[in-house]
Design a protein around this ligand. Sequence first.
Ligand SMILES: [Zn+2]
Ligand SMILES: [Zn+2]
Length: 440
Amino acid sequence: MVRTPLRLAFAVSLFALSAFAPLAPPAQAQDVDILRRSVDELAAAINDEVVAWRRDIHANPELGMQEFRTAGLVAEHLESLGIEVETGVGGTGVVGVLRGGRPGPVVALRADMDGLPVTEMADVPFASRVTTQWQGREVGVMHACGHDNHVAILMGVASVLASMRETLPGTVKFLFQPAEEGPGGAAPMIADGALEDPRPDAVFGLHVFPMPVGTVAYRTGGMLASSDALRIVVRGIQTHGAMPWAGVDPIVTASQIVVGLQSIVSRQVDLTDSPAIVTIGQIEGGNRGNIIPDTVLMIGTIRTLNPDTRTLVHERVRRLVENVAEANGAEAEVTINLGYPVTVNDPALTTRMVPSLQRVAGEGVVVMPPATGAEDFSYFAEEVPGMFIGLGVGADDPSLVHPNHSPFFYADERALPIGVRALASLTVDFLSSNPISDDR
Ligand SMILES: [Zn+2]
Ligand SMILES: [Zn+2]
């Protein structure tokens, strides 16, 4: 942490002054206080608009990589604020760059824009009536994961920070990404240069969860899981069910593999360090009781909360499957298709930023247990230090509280200004407390 000579000189002169004048907080701390007060006032002033955006986006959800209307709204809004905008990034992604009036680091803020093929059952006046063709059937489209809130919150944050542009010490990059629910929009945006020119020093994002309104949740390290698809084909030799010795039975081999896989998590992973999951959810083999088939197909999922555990589990799955097959005289082929990596909150960044969240949400700030869902925010956080937080949108009435992806998913809008203040506060606090690096 190297201060620029100018700031050092300023600090020294303040110190000299303080020998003669009553002690006052350093100028930099006063600046941060002014920025924080501005965030709170501007977030309150923009709230009606944030609510209106959220309802409009909620009523008009779009599936991944089809977020044309949503991306259009976002781009138009950012342009109206005088923010540099690039559209069509990694598909339908939108990148905005807001350059503050004072030098400083670069913060990126991310929101995902896509809805899900779910027919809305929530009883709200702005419920989605949109339908689409999905896997050959007509289904509803709904913001059942609450990404409408993420978009509206980040549009509100853009308004807040653009209003403070002259006093903002650094640059803010807005990342509105497509297709978080699949096939993924973060990786294509990164491939399209979303994290270059300027390169962020940190990235923040949030997700709404059905925790009580007022809750802001964080976790140091692995917060959301990696999600990898597992496919195993066991090949034996077909024979009559009454003469198994004449062939190699892939059903018995597959059974031993299913049981053996469970010992990887229970016997080979350090569960005090990080949990893991290996699930086989589908088995296909044979079509008659007295015929031993030649192959069995098994499909499953692997979830981990630590990149090292992820590598270890993959190795052990391959070792176990191949060796159990060999012990039975069969052959097995293991395919692991990599999904989203572990969402890791950078420990140093997280520790440093928790006080910002506490200023916004007080005792509502809680440590979140690790969750076995996955998020492609993880790709951004692999590139630059990242921090992903949970925002409680659960209503007081328990009959309105449903998990993400439910057709009844309901977000209490009292959470919206908390989300705007949380992301805007993380931004101004990070920008204000960071030394300016020499290459900027
Ligand atoms: Zn989701
Ligand atoms: Zn989501």
